[in-house]
Design a protein around this ligand. Structure first.
Ligand code: NAP
Length: 317
């Protein structure tokens, strides 16, 4: 089912990048259509307090911030579709019309802003997939309450791991942060905060090699290897939260837009222009370096301005 209507701007994704692109293009009277996905709001929906987004001196909860960004875009006329884009067919012709599918429906657009963000990276070790939802999780905010008074671990050494671990300590009897190096990638303030918590411990340099379950089918034990000495050991845990970074969500455009070796969308210099005319990339899916809410929002703004200029420069008719 294809409509005759051609949208001027379709934004796919709804983290800080998507909603900021929506806000700016809405204010430019481009009436953007945002395909925000069922899980709108992106990864910030799964975080707790955001303390480093300028303008919130007391911090703000991730879901609250996303609701506000969404409301702000809507206030200026952005139209939201709370569904997932299921396919895409980008035109290779300059000035061509791009097609985005939502199930059987085909949406046509002059410009597309790709802002699908990133998803949790997997460890790829035995038992991880099988025990998903049975002890292995990627979101403490979502699942911490299931582990009240139980021993848990967090795997990773970045800011996400610290944040998950700190949050978990309010529920679990004990939280052990397992990291493959003695040095942490996380900011000092987060590591220091974690070190002060009584029921939080660090175990380095170790990496999980297997997640094991008892007869009941739920996680009981994690096999670990010392990454320096090769020594093998194990730790008992009912919950394991994996926080080892993210991978960009770019499968939808895999064969159609240039990506780097890690799957991040390549853009032209400091712009958000991809190699396809009229297609722009903003936020975590094009950023392997900074990956902050504020940088994602800023690139959403850039994508909106890039799209606006592209439309303005199209030949009339
Ligand atoms: P990250 O900074 O890339 O850290 C990932 C961590 O996981 C690293 O310590 C890495 O170890 C470890 N790791 C990666 N692959 C692994 C593997 N296969 N096995 C074991 N360990 C593995 O990712 P992040 O913590 O998700 O943070 C992403 C970005 O968001 C960062 O820029 C961060 O500052 C930001 N962020 C900020 C906040 C905040 O400010 N409150 C909160 C969350 C995230 P190595 O260090 O050895 O590579």
């Amino acid at each position: 089912m294809s409509s005759d209507t051609v949208e001027r701007v379709v934004i796919i994704g709804s983290g800080p990048a998507g909603y900021t692109a929506a806000l700016y293009t809405a204010r430019a009277d481009l009436e953007p259509l945002v395909i925000e996905g069922w899980a709108w709001g992106g990864l910030l929906q799964q975080t707790t307090e955001v303390e480093n987004f300028p303008g919130y001196p007391q911090g703000v909860m991730g879901p609250e911030m996303m609701q506000q960004l969404r409301d702000q875009a809507e206030r200026f006329g952005a139209r939201l579709r709370t569904e997932d884009a299921t396919g895409i067919n980008l035109s290779t012709e300059p000035g061509g019309i791009h097609e985005i599918q939502i199930g059987d429906e085909v949406i046509r657009a002059q410009t597309v802003v790709l802002a699908m963000g990133a998803e949790h990276k997997k460890l790829g070790v035995v038992g991880e997939e099988e025990l998903g939802g049975k002890g292995v999780s990627y979101c403490a905010t979502c699942d911490a309450a299931f582990f009240r008074d139980l021993p848990t671990v967090v795997v990773g050494g970045g800011d996400s791991a610290m944040e998950e671990a700190i949050f978990l300590t309010k529920f679990a009897s004990k939280v052990v942060v397992i990291h493959r190096r003695d040095e942490f990638r996380a900011s000092k303030i987060m590591v220091d905060r974690a070190r002060e918590i009584e029921n939080l411990e660090f175990m380095t340099p170790y990496a999980p090699t297997e997640f094991r379950a008892a007869d009941g089918g739920a996680l009981t034990t994690i096999a670990l290897k010392n990454t320096e000495t090769g020594e093998e050991t194990e730790i008992e845990a009912k919950g394991a939260f994996i926080a080892i970074g993210h991978v960009p969500t770019t499968e939808l455009v895999a064969e159609q837009v240039d990506r780097d070796h890690e799957g991040y969308i390549s853009v032209d210099g400091r712009s958000t222009r991809t190699n396809v005319a009229g297609v722009f990339a903003a936020g975590d899916l094009a950023d392997s370096t900074y990956r902050q809410a504020i940088t994602a929002a800023a690139s959403g703004c850039q994508a909106a301005l890039d799209a606006e200029r592209y439309l303005r420069d199209l030949p009339a008719g």
